[in-house]
Design a protein around this ligand. Structure first.
Ligand code: ZN
Length: 114
């Protein structure tokens, strides 16, 4: 019975987009089939939600909440300390998110389509 159980992925693992093998989330290339993993438009579990990011920026942007959300901790803290760069930085980020140019710490643009 136990052998029938499908393999469950750990919190730091993902499934290969080609062969379905369990690989590390950080892995760029599957060690089994050698196919490069696509990151853009991945599962909703891993990609940041555009609307959440936008709302965080609108309401908590002065505290850099949207940057913490995107995994940009360093600049998030900086933004927190400067009050969103006196509002200017906050405004720029807001426009970046609205025009879908705001990227997370991994460099993936947070878009409406996830
Ligand atoms: Zn593979």
């Amino acid at each position: 019975m136990s052998e029938m159980k499908p393999r469950e992925k750990a919190f730091d693992e993902a499934f290969c987009s080609s062969c379905g093998e369990t690989i590390k989330k950080e892995a760029e290339i599957c060690p089994k089939c050698g196919v490069r993993q696509r990151r853009v438009g991945g599962s909703s579990m891993e990609s940041q939600n555009w609307l959440t990011c936008l709302l965080l920026c609108v309401f908590l942007g002065y505290f850099g909440a949207h940057r913490f959300y995107a995994g940009k901790i360093g600049t998030g803290v900086l933004m927190l300390l400067t009050g969103g760069g006196c509002g200017i930085w906050w405004l720029i980020d807001l426009i970046m998110i609205l025009t879908e140019k705001f990227a997370d710490s991994a460099g993936n643009v947070i878009s409406r389509n996830g």
